[in-house]
Write a protein that binds this ligand. Sequence first.
Ligand SMILES: [Zn+2]
Length: 120
Amino acid sequence: MVSAEKCLEVAIPVCYFCGRDKNQLIINKMLTPSHAKKVKEAHGKVVDYEPCDECKKLMEQGVMLISCKDNNQDYRTGKMCVVKDEAVKDIFPPEYAERALKMRAMFICDTAWTNMGLPE
Ligand SMILES: [Zn+2]
């Protein structure tokens, strides 16, 4: 017999862009151990590319520039800033700017971040 508490899990996913907890809960609808396990595994992880509420607000103001480790885009250094759309067009080559404006975010490796003089 399976105990009831192993059939229900609640998870808080993290935001792909800032890495902070999202204002969102994931709860399994199907109360089975396998569904509960899937939910448990999502806790503290990125489950989609939907920005959190705070990132959504920042993306309305401009493009989020997010610093990541030179050789690992999944590792955020914690440095972040928002650049107005017009400035993105001035700073980056057209193909990068176009992509950044569409995605509303751009990952920049740490060395480039420093070389560009972005805020530390
Ligand atoms: Zn976020």
